[in-house]
Design a protein around this ligand. Structure first.
Ligand code: DON
Length: 304
């Protein structure tokens, strides 16, 4: 199979879609990114990588960071994590507040914002420098020492993230945050602001396709069973209230971010990352979702 040719065909096919999504503007600093960017990378567990378009340009990973914080919280807290956050799809927007009220402050899953705030609180409870530790783990996973927070993006969200602030205080009112809400929010905004390329993201999540082993370092990031847990959560919760449609079309565990990135995992074979800033109504990259759908359709490779 000529993967490079398939990626080039996909790039051409999704070009008309690039101006159909809407670049996120509720974090003002994200709105400055040109909507016509498109990059895609596939990185196999045996060391091959294929790239097209703006694959070497760093973008704001936003909610894709929730994979790394969840991975850490699972190591640090074990099964206790699940006393504070659920494992069901939310069926609601990623920043919804209403469900939290009905469900007494226990977020549905770790990939919606409320769940990630609890996950961040867990990490803060175990580590002195949790904000930097998450960045350093990501640096290690893709062997790139210059991966860093985009402080303009973090500051922009700090200044305008009133809904996340409401959510953190709401969680605190249910005693589901140990730390002060502002401390949790600061760490969370920093993690979301990490800037990475498609190739770097592929490297960083490849352990999820490789039975828990990071291929670059040979380090065991998590056990095979934990990989099963994370990939199952990605498949059922990683793309928010569009998760059923996304799973139907793409057929891979995946995580999106409002910076327009999506990472996807094919266990035993590869990780993929696509970046296109225009989003659909659920906050997932519009052209990016289509590109991944075309990839699994053209190759015939998906978890199903
Ligand atoms: O908390 C927020 O709203 C953003 N920092 C991240 C949201 C996000 O990426 C959801 N993704 N589709």
């Amino acid at each position: 199979m000529d993967i490079q040719q398939i990626l080039e065909d996909i790039q051409a096919e999704v070009r008309p879609l690039l101006d159909q999504g809407r670049v996120a503007s509720y974090i003002p600093e994200l709105a400055v990114v040109p909507g016509d960017k498109f990059g895609m990378v596939v990185r196999t567990v045996d060391g091959a990588s294929y790239a097209v378009g703006d694959a070497g340009e760093r973008f704001s990973i936003q909610s894709i960071s929730k994979i790394f914080t969840l991975t850490m919280a699972m190591q640090l807290a074990g099964d206790d994590l699940w006393k504070r956050v659920g494992r069901e799809p939310s069926g609601n927007p990623f920043n919804s507040l209403v469900q939290l009220e009905y469900e007494n402050g226990k977020p549905r899953n770790p990939f919606i914002n409320a769940g990630a705030l609890v996950v961040t609180d867990v990490i803060l409870g175990h580590l002195d420098n949790a904000t930097e530790t998450v960045r350093d783990i990501v640096r290690g996973l893709c062997d790139k020492d210059d991966i860093d927070f985009d402080l303009a993006v973090a500051g922009s969200e700090q200044a305008t993230g009133h809904r996340n602030k409401a959510m953190a205080y709401f969680l605190k009112s249910f005693n589901n945050l140990d730390n002060q809400p502002e401390r949790v929010l600061d760490a969370y905004f920093h993690h979301c602001s990490l800037a990475m390329t498609c190739l770097e993201l592929c490297e960083a999540v490849l352990f999820l396709a490789n039975n828990g082993v990071a291929p670059l370092s040979g380090d065991l990031v998590m056990t095979g069973n934990q990989v099963k847990y994370v990939n199952s959560l990605l498949l059922t919760c990683g793309t928010y209230d569009a998760v059923g449609d996304f799973a139907y079309r793409v057929g891979l565990p995946a995580k999106s971010g409002v910076g327009g990135g999506i990472v996807a995992i094919m266990p035993g074979q590869f990780s993929a990352c696509v970046w296109s800033p225009g989003l659909d109504a659920s906050g997932n990259s519009l052209a990016g979702s289509k590109a991944l759908e075309l990839f699994t359709t053209k190759t015939g490779v998906s978890v199903f």
